[in-house]
Design a protein around this ligand. Structure first.
Ligand SMILES: NC(=O)c1ccc[n+]([C@@H]2O[C@H](COP(=O)([O-])OP(=O)(O)OC[C@H]3O[C@@H](n4cnc5c(N)ncnc54)[C@H](O)[C@@H]3O)[C@@H](O)[C@H]2O)c1
Length: 333
């Protein structure tokens, strides 16, 4: 059994905590959140302890793993503390927001040798995994164009936006990672545009809420990634992707909450149930936790790691700079 301490009882903590508690080889021992009410509300129904700070949990030898999912600004300090305490680490994306600080954190974790997994859950979405397998098996030939869309139903709270590092580092980083993972190639050039069209408060927080990013890879694949902080149309078109190659096309539909479509005499039945990423990627969150637990117990490699975090952040940094400068940016690793 692998005993966990989870840091952060927010939106994504509420997804991970029951997944840990329900895993046959894992136990949720404690939930750490400075908002003790939030920690209690999550921990107690799952039989875990609520704590306002993490020191006691990190000093507890019975705890083998941490799942770090507080605000992005807390990830690096908690990752370094957990690594120095010898815990296996599951850290939500991104590792951090400052590349030099991320690189120092990578040195610390690497030195301790603890297992580290970065939460790029979309790699565990069955549809995207099918795409990667097909691309690697040459089912569509050389991938010429990729389009990936990610639109959340409603914007996150402004307090979240302020600590997020901006929409490219916070949200689009998932699609950036998918491109790297599916192509097994790192983009070399970024050209991005961003606007604040949805909520002026997001603009006042220094961010944009509607973005498109073009990436070019050394072998000539051109990608368009699109993210928005709202989706007034509902589920349709909120998430999706196309992979267009020299021999064919792979398409990932919204499949949200299921791929079933309904019709009556008046036409399509509206899919009104559209709560967010938690439901669309529910399987992916379960699969990634299962992967992490088994990799720690069996001592096998993690699907994502520190270098994926560094490279995806460099691409998101280039996108942010491109949107601000209004010109293409060469990406250097
Ligand atoms: N993989 C995904 O699909 C996904 C989805 C959403 C968020 N995230 C990532 O997860 C992280 C959290 O996002 P969220 O949406 O849950 O945020 P949130 O704002 O909903 O929740 C954050 C929680 O962390 C708590 N917190 C603050 N400081 C803390 C500390 N020092 N230690 C422990 N907890 C602390 C807050 O009180 C709050 O309860 C972010 O890094 C975000 O990028 C990933």
């Amino acid at each position: 059994m692998l005993d966990f301490c989870l840091f952060g009882a927010g939106r994504i903590g509420k997804v991970h905590a029951p997944n840990i508690a329900g895993h046959p080889k894992a136990r949720l021992k404690c939930v750490v959140d400075p908002d003790l009410d939030a920690a209690q509300a999550l921990a107690e129904p799952l039989g875990a302890k609520a704590l306002a700070t993490g020191e006691a949990a990190l000093a507890d030898d019975s705890i083998g793993a941490v799942l770090i999912c507080g605000p992005t600004t807390t990830h690096i300090d908690q990752t370094e503390a957990a690594a120095n305490a010898g815990k296996a680490i599951f850290c939500e994306k991104p590792i951090g927001l400052d590349i030099e600080r991320v690189e120092r954190c990578i040195e610390v974790v690497t030195k301790t040798g603890v297992p580290f997994y970065l939460g790029f859950d979309m790699r565990f979405d069955p549809s995207f995994r099918e795409v990667r397998d097909a691309v690697l098996a040459d089912a569509i030939g050389h991938v010429e164009q990729i389009i990936i869309v990610g639109r959340d139903p409603v914007p996150p709270p402004i307090a979240y936006v302020e600590q997020s590092g901006g929409i490219f580092r916070d949200s689009m980083i998932h699609s950036i990672d998918l491109v790297r993972w599916i192509l097994e190639e790192d983009p070399s050039e970024a050209f991005a545009m961003g606007e604040c069209l949805i909520d002026p408060a997001i603009g006042r927080a220094g961010d944009v809420d509607s973005v498109m990013l073009m990436l070019r890879t050394p072998s000539g694949t051109i990608c368009t990634l699109s993210n928005a902080r709202h989706a007034p149309q509902g589920a349709e078109g909120s998430f999706g992707a196309q992979f267009f190659g020299s021999k064919g096309l792979l398409r990932v539909g919204t499949a949200y909450p299921t791929a079933t479509e309904g019709f009556d005499a008046n036409g399509p039945l509206a899919k009104r149930d559209f709560p967010g990423f938690q439901q669309r990627f529910a399987d992916a969150y379960r699969h990634e936790l299962d992967h992490f637990v088994n990799a720690v117990i069996d001592g096998t490699p993690m699907e994502t790691g520190l270098e994926d975090g560094r490279r995806s952040l460099l691409i998101a940094d280039a996108a942010t700079e491109s949107a601000q400068q209004r010109q293409p940016v060469t990406i250097r690793y």
